[in-house]
Design a protein around this ligand. Structure first.
Ligand code: GDP
Ligand code: MG
Length: 707
């Protein structure tokens, strides 16, 4: 029997945790979310010597105080799951800052091991470490690693075994916080030890966290019986300090770290301007920064949509072929519900979503390159000021930009946001960035109602309305249900690095795989549902005898073949319209009529809107069916004639407005559910956007009608 060891990997963001995690576990890993939150959780396994290792990649944090969701998760994992060994991955090119987390881990008294990663970068910067000395100063074993070259991985496992076997916890390093704080600390930990079921070491840690005003610890441990002691101690202590208590504690830690470093770190070369500094002078320049950023984003779009377009066509053709093949299993002309379900429902529905896969993979490829090279941090830095004005984080800008292409990858791109509130707000407003699938709707409507000179301005107005509404909603959410202090943006920028091919493709594939899995589950379900409601109940007896009409036209000798086909197409569409009107979707359309009337819509538009929920571009096709005009697409003149006959330009505008704002397509809803890890947010998004669409469109229609 192999003995099992659980290893938790902790560390600052970008220190190389994931790289080392991959080095250790190879392919055997599982990616999910932490229960109830959107923070990614990775677990992997590795057999080595007599042991079976279970490795958990904790979220990256700079500290272990409960300031952010990630910190709480990382800390609770350490407290509640008690991993056998904690490996703190340290970016040694930035040693002092990284040790801040290390010191807090030491103070927690967890069985600890340091991986001194990025040793190549540190060496290039001219740093030399006396590892033995540092190790004895800090009381923690240290292994030197170079993550992207897979160096030091086995040594790390050996050291982890040693830490585990000796059961030797790092002697809790006693940091001196100065006599005033120390006294308070001692007094408070005694009170905690006496009144709560915790060990002596734990009591000190809890006391420290309480003094640091750590909400999570206060909530857990500040019970009735020590409430008064705590208040007295704190009130006595605070006026005697020159700075705020948490600041004082932090600066003592930094002092201790910098002391250790002066003893054990030597810099062999004078620090010169590094390559990163030079690039940054241009990339984050006040004037050049934004143009460079926009240029790069344009490249990303180009890659995603232009290079992706032929791939998408191939996928489309592939699914078309698959549909035809499956369709061929039945005798031509036979009416089979199973065939319709397979071809129209499943292959059509899931295929319609899967054809975006190449775009999504390309997009994630581009993002992975920008992230791994260190540029993304700069982009966020550049946009931060602007985004802060609307209550969002600089990093939210990228998902919002991607939203003009497609909301699905945009929502997935919110993964780069560390803070859950920022992430949720961004997810909620991303669908207001008018996506590519809405373009066919505008392309149908605008020329139907507006003169040539108005075409471009109308389109522009629609996009701008979307952006303005996104800004307003973000502000609104940020000041109501998603209120919270916006996390200070750490100004420090990671150095530029040459991304590795393996790293980029792993990143890309992991995200792409999630998308595939989604298409296989949630989307499949939706596709079947949509098929059912647009197919059933089926009308047994039609109002007109369409077959006879078709037969009659076929007999007519005065018409050309083309005219015959055209007429037959029309009749078949009239039959389609009658059938659709009878189905659940059609009935919902009728049923909705009173609700959508204030916006100027009738049941036909309502029914088409239901189709648009499956995919926005289906709106045009469905409208074509209800108006029975043969093959309908956004270029369809006959459909435009019908629209002109039935509606006013104001209603045309209302349709566009409603399509822009109202509930996103089912793929977006599904991905929001996945990424927010809750149906609550997905439903909130659907309801919120739909209600907003109704209100805005109604106001526009009603006010517009006055003129
Ligand atoms: P995480 O945020 O802690 O998970 O960091 P990652 O594992 O994603 O690593 C961030 C970047 O650092 C990636 O581009 C890695 O390829 C790179 N990296 C990891 N370890 C090393 C190392 O030892 N030296 C150098 N030069 N790069 C590394
Ligand atoms: Mg990572």
């Amino acid at each position: 029997m192999k003995k099992s060891i659980t290893i938790a990997l902790a560390g600052n963001p970008n220190a190389g945790k994931t790289t080392i995690f991959n080095n250790i576990t190879g392919a055997r890993q599982h990616v999910g979310n932490y229960p109830g939150v959107t923070v990614e959780r990775k677990e992997g396994f590795k057999e080595y010597k007599d042991y079976e290792f279970k490795v958990v990649d904790l979220p990256g944090t700079y500290s272990l105080t409960a300031y952010s969701q990630e910190e709480v998760i990382a800390r609770n994992f350490l407290i509640d799951d008690k991993p056998d060994v904690v490996i703190d991955i340290i970016d040694t090119s930035n040693l002092e800052r990284n040790l801040y987390l290390g010191v807090q881990l030491i103070e927690m008294g967890v069985p600890l091991l340091f991986a001194f990663n990025m040793s190549d970068v540190a060496a290039a910067k001219g740093y030399e470490f006396d590892l033995r000395k540092l190790s004895s100063l800090l009381g923690v074993p240290i292994v030197s690693t170079t993550g992207h070259k897979n160096k030091g991985t086995m040594e790390l496992l050996d050291a982890a075994i040693a830490v585990h076997e000796k059961q030797k916890k790092a002697d809790p390093l006693i940091i001196r916080y100065g006599s005033k704080i120390n006294e308070a600390l001692e007094e408070l930990s005694e009170a905690i030890y006496a009144n709560q079921k915790v060990s002596c070491e734990q009591a000190r840690w809890i006391a420290l966290k309480m003094l640091e005003a750590d909400e999570d610890v206060l909530e857990r441990y500040l019970k009735e019986n020590i409430h008064n002691t705590f208040n007295t101690i704190k009130e006595h202590l605070e006026p005697r300090l020159e700075e705020l208590l948490p600041t004082a504690i932090a600066s003592h830690r930094y002092g201790m770290i910098s002391g250790a470093c002066t003893q054990a770190v030597r810099s062999t070369i004078e620090r010169r301007h590094s390559v990163s500094d030079v690039i940054d002078m241009v990339a984050t320049n006040r004037f050049l920064g934004i143009p460079i950023f926009l240029g790069l984003m344009y490249l990303v779009f180009w890659l995603t949509f232009t290079v992706g377009a032929p791939l998408m066509d191939w996928m489309d053709m592939g699914f078309g072929w698959l549909g035809d093949t499956v369709s061929g299993w039945w005798a031509p002309g036979s009416e089979s519900a199973l065939r319709s379900l397979m071809v129209d429902g499943i292959i059509g529905g899931v295929g319609g979503v899967l054809i975006f896969l190449p775009n999504i993979l390309l997009l994630f490829l581009a993002i992975a390159i920008l992230e791994d090279s260190g540029y993304m941090a700069r982009a966020a830095f550049i946009m931060d000021r602007l985004m802060h004005k609307i209550g969002l984080h600089g990093k939210s800008f990228i998902p919002m930009l991607i939203g003009f292409g497609c909301s699905v990858p945009a929502i997935m791109a919110t993964r780069t946001l560390d803070n859950r509130r920022d992430r949720l707000v961004t997810m909620m407003v991303v669908p207001l960035m008018s996506c590519g699938a809405r373009l066919p709707i505008y392309a149908l409507i605008i020329p139907a109602f507006f003169p040539q000179a108005w075409h471009a301005p109308m389109l522009w107005i629609i996009y701008v309305i979307g952006i303005l509404l996104a800004i307003i909603s973000a502000k609104l959410l940020r000041s109501t249900i998603l209120k919270g202090k916006s996390v200070p943006f750490l100004m420090e920028l990671p150095p530029y690095r040459m991304p590795t091919i393996k790293g980029i493709f792993t990143h890309m594939w992991q995200r792409g795989w999630l998308y595939l899995k989604k298409a296989g589950t949630i989307i499949l379900g939706f596709a079947i549902l949509m098929w059912i409601i647009t197919t059933y109940p089926q009308k047994a007896v039609f109002d007109r005898d369409y077959d006879a009409e078709i037969a009659q036209i076929e007999q007519t000798t005065t018409l050309t073949q083309e005219q015959i086909d055209d007429q037959i197409g029309k009749i078949e569409n009239q039959r389609g319209a009658e059938a659709l009107s009878y189905t659940v979707a059609g009935r919902i359309g009728h049923f909705l009529e009173p609700v959508i009337k204030p916006m100027g819509f009738d049941w036909r538009i309502g029914t088409a809107m239901i189709g648009a929920f499956a995919a926005k571009e289906l709106f045009v096709a469905q409208l074509g069916i209800v108006y029975s005009v043969g093959e309908a697409d956004e270029e369809s003149e006959s459909l435009r004639d019908k629209l002109r006959e039935h509606y006013t330009p104001l209603i045309g505008f209302a349709i566009m407005l409603f399509s822009l704002i109202s509930m996103p397509c089912m793929a977006t809803v599904a991905v929001t559910k996945r990424e927010s890890n809750s149906w609550k947010w997905a439903l909130f998004q659907v309801a919120g956007l739909t209600i907003m669409a109704w209100i805005v469109t109604t106001i526009v229609y009603q006010v517009g009608s006055l003129f």
